[in-house]
Write a protein that binds this ligand. Structure first.
Ligand code: ADP
Length: 326
């Protein structure tokens, strides 16, 4: 089956700045796909190439098997696009603008406008220029969803929405997925992506550093393990065990070992029982922790290039705070 979106070796330069370093992605028809990464990682650039608002420096993109530049209005009609930066004609009301868009689409979407505006608490009579950022975002969402497109390409859709409306948006995205539409959702918020998406690509500095099923990603997040021993233990017995990462002993008396465990627990257990264990504690890590790993640590070995130390966010910086990575 032809994928809804195919991105192959996509490179994009803005003058001398390379924003995308060879992005590869395939979004299957009918899936809700999350495109997750902090601000500046290349999400909007990828999306703008998909929408033919930018042309690739190298590589290629296809939507439903067609290059966006060759697809014309026929292809555009199958897509609902919410840009990251919205700009509207100043003189129209929200309702007039949406009616105008519906007319451009041959009347498609007129029927759903009122229902969507109501669900998002959008006052259609207000002039667009008088709308707050959040209300403009609602207009953007209505125009993206109103014609029930086969593909929704949504760039940071909940930006500026309060939590109640974020929930309503997630419901809309889920409904679109349930009726068979493909949803490509970019976000820096893990939580919202995790709630709706089946698969997720994680982008960092213009490269996709991971792409997997949300469930598989969660399983890979592993467990945080704490082991307390009756006597001090040598760190070297644990540090290089298969599946064990970040092993550390408490500096006070060396009897408490903490580590991250991924995969088979047997090597760690076998090493532990050579000593007298007085406490064992293992907690499942959240997907959030795995996501933050990509920003706290060097790239995993599969990644194309290690980051310079200055690229890593400092502990406690916005990029290491829960809830979002900016
Ligand atoms: P995201 O959508 O993930 O926030 P962007 O795709 O907007 O990321 O940006 C990726 C990189 O490209 C960033 O380093 C950004 O500063 C740079 N960039 C984006 N747009 C432009 C532009 N119009 N001119 C120059 N650099 C840009």
């Amino acid at each position: 089956m032809t994928p809804a979106i195919r991105v192959h070796g996509l490179v994009k330069d803005y003058g001398r700045t390379r924003a995308l370093h060879g992005v590869d992605l395939e979004v299957r028809a009918g899936e809700v796909f999350g495109f997750l990464g902090p601000n500046g990682s290349g999400k909007s650039t990828t999306i703008r190439v998909l929408m033919d608002l930018l042309r690739p420096t190298a590589g290629s993109v296809e939507i439903f098997g067609t290059a966006p530049a060759a697809g014309g209005p026929g292809l555009r009609a199958r897509i609902g696009y919410l840009p990251g930066e919205l700009s509207f004609p100043a003189r129209m009301s929200a309702g007039e603008y949406l009616a105008y868009l519906a007319a451009l689409r041959g009347g498609r979407g007129r029927r759903r406008t009122g229902e969507l505006a109501e669900r998002l608490s959008l006052d259609l009579s207000r002039p667009l220029r008088a709308l707050s950022k959040g209300n403009k975002q609602k207009v953007g969402l209505v125009q993206a969803f109103m014609h029930d497109p086969e593909l929704l390409v949504l760039d940071e859709p909940t930006s500026g929405l309060d939590p109640l409306l974020q929930r309503e948006f997630l419901l809309l995205a889920r409904e679109a997925g349930a009726r068979g539409a493909t949803v490509f959702l970019s976000s820096h918020m893990l939580q919202e992506v995790e709630e709706v998406a089946g698969r997720v690509a994680i982008i960092r500095e213009g490269r996709v550093v991971d792409l997997d099923d949300v469930r598989a990603l969660r399983a890979r997040a592993g467990q945080q393990v704490l082991l307390r021993f009756a006597e001090p233990v040598p760190l070297a017995e644990f540090a290089d065990l298969p599946g064990v990462q970040d092993a550390a002993l408490d500096p006070s008396d060396g009897t408490t070992l903490s580590c991250l465990l991924r995969g088979d627990p047997m090597p760690l257990l076998t090493a532990a029982v050579r000593h007298r264990v007085v406490r064992w504690q293992a907690e499942d890590r959240e997907l959030e922790d795995l996501f933050l790993d990509f920003y706290r640590r060097p790239f995993p070995s599969t990644a194309p290039a290690p980051p310079a130390p200055s690229d890593r966010p400092a502990p406690g910086s916005a990029a290491t705070r829960p809830g979002g990575v900016r």
